[in-house]
Design a protein around this ligand. Sequence first.
Ligand SMILES: Nc1ncnc2c1ncn2[C@@H]1O[C@H](COP(=O)(O)OP(=O)(O)OP(=O)(O)O)[C@@H](O)[C@H]1O
Ligand SMILES: Cc1ncc(CO)c(N)n1
Length: 267
Amino acid sequence: MRPPLVLTVAGSDSGGGAGIQADLKTMLALGTHGMSVLTAVTAQNSLGVQGAWELPVDAVRAQYRSVVDDIGVQAVKTGMLSSAELVETVAELIGGTDAPAVVDPVGVSKHGDALLAASALDSVRTKLLPVATVATPNLDEVAQLTGVHVESDTDLRRAAAAVLEYGPRWALIKGGHLHGDAVDLLTDGSQEHWLRAPRLDNRHTHGTGCTLASAVACGLAKGQPVPEAVKAAKAYVTGAIEAGFALGGGIGPVDHGWALGRDASSV
Ligand SMILES: Nc1ncnc2c1ncn2[C@@H]1O[C@H](COP(=O)(O)OP(=O)(O)OP(=O)(O)O)[C@@H](O)[C@H]1O
Ligand SMILES: Cc1ncc(CO)c(N)n1
């Protein structure tokens, strides 16, 4: 039987923990067919981002059309978009596609390296967020986009309201950078869903945000309602963080294959 079709529009992480690589691994682990539109290439590892190169707008547009016009998509996820021009191109493409879109408004890497130009923030607010089914900012991205600084769980409500002002159907505010339990808030302005997981004492968390957003897109491609897709995605990312492993000299990746069998010799 054909698996659900999910498309990621994001940058490459050469280290394999975040970006397109995290997205495609998540899509495989969750039983979907993953496809990709590459927006940028980064030279990246467990220590940080050593370089980044954008693809031309025409190359992004052509990849998207190749996938959507022939194969089709049941959900789209966006990640690193790098520039205002790429943000606007991708927003226009998604706006013209009849599939739910999970927008992860990636701003900086875990090491603080910029993955989005400051000049692109306004395009994210006014062009990309309005076409999102679910927007999944972390706390730094919320602060950059809305000016709301979250210091406690209760501030998550204010942050979500500020994000919803820009027009996404749902906001999923990730409280992963707070202390205490890892609490996220999902809301569409009327329903509220609090997603709580114990804070795992594992520094190998490279790629958590990409993984969560991709897992949400997988659930949506399977036809799940947003709250159900987000709950399943939270369980998947929590398991992946728990199994995160050391790699290189810095922050290792989450383990996307944690829920799969590992005995390659039996294949
Ligand atoms: N130490 C942790 N233990 C448990 N859950 C965590 C931990 N750190 C993050 N999470 C969860 O992981 C998910 C991703 O959140 P996070 O805030 O890390 O995203 P992010 O900053 O966008 O990630 P990145 O930019 O590294 O890809 C959220 O559900 C968050 O609550
Ligand atoms: C390419 C890429 N996309 C997203 C992230 C998010 O952290 C990253 N580190 N690298």
